[in-house]
Design a protein around this ligand. Structure first.
Ligand code: FES
Length: 167
């Protein structure tokens, strides 16, 4: 007895369509996925924000007088790279102890400067005052100046960015 035969016949056109469609999908996947990853990776990339920044030779910083330093760091936000300048005051208490403070006022972010006659850092915006060690003493600033962790290696003073907040 003969079994009924089921056969699916594909004509040449359908076969070629299938093959071309398959090859197209492979090419799209091969090039498309890496391209998408390449395009979105900056947005996913996390900026390395902790870094040791060298300020200079410890020996050149006088004891008891705030010494200003400036440096620039790059900030990456998605596809955008921005140079941000920072200002700090290094205060050397004695031969070995040194503290470094941000010059950004903790009220609304104006830059403070050291006033030798007053022995205060003064914020020019709303007359906020801070003492030698960055403690807020008068005016609207709600807390002391931010402070940096420091280390000295081979006579060079380094600070760790970003600074830490004090209360
Ligand atoms: S920004 Fe410094 S006192 Fe207002």
């Amino acid at each position: 007895m003969n079994k009924p035969q089921h056969s699916v016949r594909i004509n040449r056109r359908d076969f070629l369509k299938g093959v071309i469609g398959g090859i197209g999908s492979i090419i799209a996947f091969t090039y498309g996925v890496p391209m998408i990853i390449f395009l979105i990776s900056p947005a996913l990339r996390k900026q390395e924000s902790d870094a040791w920044v060298p300020l200079g030779t410890l020996e050149n910083i006088p004891i008891g007088i705030p010494t200003p330093f400036e440096f620039t760091r790059s900030s990456i936000n998605g596809w955008e790279r921005t140079g941000i300048s920072y200002g700090v005051f290094a205060v050397r208490k004695d031969e070995t102890n040194i503290r470094v403070f941000s010059n950004i006022c903790t009220h609304l972010g104006c830059r403070v400067s050291w006033h030798e006659d007053l022995q205060h850092y003064v914020s020019p915006c709303h007359d906020g005052h801070f003492d030698l060690y960055g403690n807020n003493v008068s005016g609207p600033p709600p807390r002391p100046l931010d402070e940096y962790t420091t280390k000295v290696e081979d006579g060079i003073l380094y600070i760790l960015t970003p600074p830490f907040r004090r209360s």
